[in-house]
Design a protein around this ligand. Sequence first.
Ligand code: UGA
Length: 422
Amino acid sequence: MNIAIIGAGYVGLTCAAVFSKLGHAVHVIDSDGHKIIKLSKGLIPFYEPGLEALVKKGFANKNLRFTRAYEKAVPNAKVIFLCVGTPPKKNGSPDLSHLFSAVESLRQHVAKGAVVAIKSTVPAGTAEKVGMRLKNAFMASCPEFLREGSAIRDTLHPDRIVIGVNTPEAQKILLAAHERLLGERVVTDLRTAEMIKYASNAFLATKISFINEIANLCEEVGANADDIALGMGLDPRIGKAFLKAGIGYGGSCFPKDTRALQSIALSNNYDFQLLKAVIEVNQKQREKFLEKIDKAVGPLKGKTLGVLGLAFKNNTDDVRESAAIEICQKLMEKGAAITAFDPQAMANAKKILPELKTASRAEEVFHEADGVIILTEWPQFTKLPWNTLKNKMAHPIIFDGRNLLNPGEMGKFGYTYLSVGR
Ligand code: UGA
């Protein structure tokens, strides 16, 4: 099937690579000419494990192409997926201007009977509004559930494929486009499909804020949040995933989508109390961690602190809404000298915090440090020579914001070790 994908970000590129692997002929359109030139040489503008190899394969097989020109890619496409960003506006509501400008660019080129499917995260009713501008096409909402860092695996092996449609024609074409993928099909109406995405992200964010509240309480009553997460999570009605306590969620999705859902609720005169608390708890979690550092090391002015991890989570170079960035910024504002290391995200972090000093190796951040702070759960940090790194530090104190290390072992090595809810 001929497929056009509009937007070469995480979602667009991953879907393009996966659809081309499934045997479809995929054309990716992006308005950024530089990006298109790079992509045409097989260069991916961000770090995502496995994506470059898959893009190169699609390119070599000639079923993955990149262009800026809608007139080249859209007329032959049976399905056009809209994968453009919907960044937050100041009031939290999603900015749909990229989406509607893509729709304007494609409307004159869409073939009669093609399906235009929105993959971007958008409020209920958006597909209907887009449909009013595209008289010849069938509309659909196909939200995407991939995670950065495991985008290929999530897209190739989805738990579910949500297909929101208002015509049998669109349903038939989209079921055919996804034919070679496993995963349960949820076929529903447009508005419900759009809400499934917000509800999913908001629920996952709720799990994280819930376990963080439990972790805070654990610190008061002397219990262990990780064991509680396991003890709860083994109940299949609860599930083990997304119950890792720490410094709260970040990234380009949860913070944006929880605020967007809140603004959707507000604009519909609905007071979504639980969601409001989820967002507040997430902010509080960063602040509580900062207080923990301040209390143990403070006053922070003139102190030397090492930081391990800047990305919003492991396996990515993305620092958007990263808790690590906010924590580094606040520590620097309080006068601490920070040296940070991240396996992938240092260049992106420096775009936000140009004054941040970075190290070329993780071990360097321990040098003469009054404390070392773990802010991203990169598994390689567990393999550092913790038994000897202590000797490099001025004061051997570790703040583990991701509960990555073993408290008993760290105690044995002679560190003062503070984590979250343990
Ligand atoms: C999230 C969703 O998981 C995807 O299903 C969705 O498609 C995507 O948003 C999106 O809307 O595009 P992503 O933002 O890539 O994916 O990252 P997650 O793995 O969900 O992690 C989000 C944040 O929560 C990270 O900061 C992570 O460290 C934090 N987290 C996650 C926790 O603090 N505890 C956990 O137990 C799990």
